[in-house]
Design a protein around this ligand. Structure first.
Ligand code: ZN
Length: 187
């Protein structure tokens, strides 16, 4: 660490304290006496993703997030759901302590979670990721979902809206009929 004022290489730490996600150290340059602050942040070791075509690339949280966001687009999921899902996966990946992980394994982790969260998002993601061979395979998967006894853990907000809308429409129609009936009786 060189002094930002004079470039001297030696300094002494005069204070250090925990600061959120790292350690903040107050330092004094042994060359010019200037004080400056450094932050030390824990950074996980690099994790590489082994792709289907055997290329390796560094794990990219943003890329994973973008893929899941796309699958969840316009689905009635609470704010922050997608970010939390990615956080969980990222934590699990780094906790595993492996330097390399197959992209399929990550895909399966996402699929497994989406399946519990939202069936439409699950099918969207799985159809890109697992590349359902044909419509039959896709249908089988949907049938499995429909047959599954476990409901998604987060209920869809859209479903309760539909019957209400239907009632509202019926109500308006009934009102119109009554209105016409009254007009008719006056004639
Ligand atoms: Zn200095």
């Amino acid at each position: 660490m060189n002094c930002p004022y004079c470039g001297h290489a030696e300094d002494k730490v005069i204070d250090s304290r925990e600061a959120g996600d790292g350690i903040r150290r107050r330092r004094q340059c042994l060359g010019c006496g200037s004080r400056f602050t450094t932050y030390e942040r824990l950074q996980p070791a690099s994790l590489f993703v082994l792709k289907k075509d055997e290329r390796r690339e560094e794990f990219d949280r943003e890329k994973l997030l973008a893929g899941i966001r796309k699958a969840c687009e316009k689905r009635p999921l609470p704010t922050g759901t997608v970010d939390k899902l990615v956080d969980d996966i990222e934590t699990e990946l780094y906790q595993g302590g492996r330097a390399e992980i197959a992209s399929d394994v990550i895909g399966d982790m996402v699929i497994e979670r989406l399946k519990k969260l939202d069936h439409i998002a699950y099918i969207r993601f799985a159809s890109v990721y697992r590349e359902f061979a044909d419509i039959t395979t896709l249908k089988e998967e949907v049938d499995t979902l429909l047959g599954a006894e476990t409901e998604p853990s987060i209920p869809s907000n859209q479903l309760p809206l539909l019957p209400d809308e239907e009632l509202a429409v019926k109500g308006r129609q009934a009102g119109q009929k009554k209105g016409r009936a009254r007009t008719g009786s006056r004639r």
